[in-house]
Design a protein around this ligand. Sequence first.
Ligand SMILES: C[S@@+](CC[C@H](N)C(=O)[O-])C[C@H]1O[C@@H](n2cnc3c(N)ncnc32)[C@H](O)[C@@H]1O
Length: 259
Amino acid sequence: MERSAPTLTIQQLAAHRGDYGVDAPLTPFVLGLMGLLLLGSGLFLIWLSGDWRAGAIFLLYGLVLLLSTASYLYTTRRGKFLLWARILVELQLDGDEQVLDLGCGRGAILLMVARLLPQGRAVGVDIWKSGDQSGNTREATERNARLEGVAGRIALYTADMRNLPFADNTFDLVVSNAAIHNIPHAAGREAALKEAVRVLKPGGRLVVADINKTRQYARTLERLGMVDIVRRGLGWRGWYGGPWVALRLVSARKPILPR
Ligand SMILES: C[S@@+](CC[C@H](N)C(=O)[O-])C[C@H]1O[C@@H](n2cnc3c(N)ncnc32)[C@H](O)[C@@H]1O
């Protein structure tokens, strides 16, 4: 059988039928609420007390917070799909790979990968924290997999990414989006990366997008013996509220022979 992943455009891969919730839903809620309160206070100051100067300052801050909320919601609902569709297309998968998604949540990235794996398998690992993604449950991910038509290509594990239930050298590709930063301490994040490297096959690739600590991830990966380490920004589609909370991508390869 010829090895090849289906040829999909970035737009086709990013299109989805499932519902993938909102990442860290409390953040846009608080940002939006504060924006509305400031906007309301600004209007109140201008119209009722005639204080144009104070009113304008409140209006300005309110608008900034509302724009920040809009940017956040765009990234979580649309931007990350487009970014990852491009990343996955550029990986030029053969279609028979074993792929692991660390902190898969409701499956936004996991199920896009699965669409590219007619002969392979996409494995998702998560502890399903609802504070990290709205409606975050294993059942929601399974429902999304059925809606995307890839239920037969995925496997889900309830497991902590610092302690993966897989043998060494199992996966051709390990991906992760906006998940590793949720681990509270540097030692924990390092443990997750160490596990990712352990379960990668020699020659396998690691691709991690996250909102902070990516410089630290690159340094850790170098210490773990990974090669071809590249760190880069992903642009405005990866802004969770603004350029100050932006997704960055770290990619690396496990050497065939240990360094
Ligand atoms: C912001 S969500 C992102 C989910 C998914 N990657 C996406 O882009 O839609 C972060 C995810 O990481 C998961 N998570 C946090 N800490 C984890 C850990 N130690 N092990 C496994 N998953 C974890 C959360 O449950 C959540 O599903």
